[in-house]
Design a protein around this ligand. Structure first.
Ligand code: ADP
Length: 189
């Protein structure tokens, strides 16, 4: 099984690269952001609670996203592998993911980290906010809050995978194809 964690700050290009990796390697895409937005559009109780935090750029509680991922792993027992996009976002989530996969005799193959500097991220997110319809992309203060959440709570997750020798850094500046090629190269090495 090929189980990839696609990692990087908001606006790094995880969604774009996920789509390309899924079609090349036939993987199941698990984006906690997408799952949460789906809960919101279905008007579920979980969605309503999550929306309050997401609209402020704050992470939703670990147990909520871990439960969602656990359900998705159970629902896709025959998958070739998974791309985890936007998850794990805290060290507690990374630990929980390891135990979930271990209970299925599986494990994370690699973490691929897309690296893009702060100012470029802000530009990309504001541009995306013009037509994505995402309230958390439209406001510079909320964008800044998401980047701060990333730096304080999510960046330490990279250390977690470095300690397991699974961390690969990729330059997230360049054309979509160039970045995709560098990701694919790290997967065969
Ligand atoms: P981005 O484009 O900012 O990386 P996502 O679409 O992945 O954003 O997530 C949007 C919001 O959903 C986050 O700001 C956060 O509130 C919530 N969220 C998504 N994934 C997680 C997670 N794994 N843990 C906690 N909150 C999450």
């Amino acid at each position: 099984m090929l189980n990839l964690v696609l990692f990087g700050p908001p606006g790094a290009g995880k969604g774009t690269q996920s789509e390309k990796l899924i079609s090349k390697y036939q993987l199941v895409h698990l984006s906690t952001g997408d799952i949460l937005r789906n809960e919101i559009s279905n008007g579920t109780a979980l969605g309503l609670e999550a929306k309050k935090l997401m609209d402020q750029g704050i992470l939703v509680p670990d147990e909520v996203v871990i439960g969602m991922i656990s359900n998705k792993l159970d629902a896709n027992k025959d998958a070739n592998g998974f791309i985890f996009d936007g998850f794990p976002r805290t060290v507690a989530q990374a630990e929980a993911l390891d135990s979930l996969l271990e209970s299925k005799s599986s494990s994370i193959t690699k973490m691929v980290a897309l690296e893009v500097e702060h100012d470029e991220l802000k530009k990309r997110l504001l541009l995306r906010g013009k037509d994505s319809g995402r309230p958390d992309d439209a406001n510079p203060e909320i964008i800044e809050k998401r980047i701060q959440e990333y730096l304080t709570k999510t960046a330490p997750v990279a250390e977690y995978y470095k300690a397991q020798s699974k961390f690969e850094a990729i330059n997230g500046i360049g054309s979509i194809e160039e970045i995709f090629d560098s990701i694919c190269n790290t997967l065969i090495s």
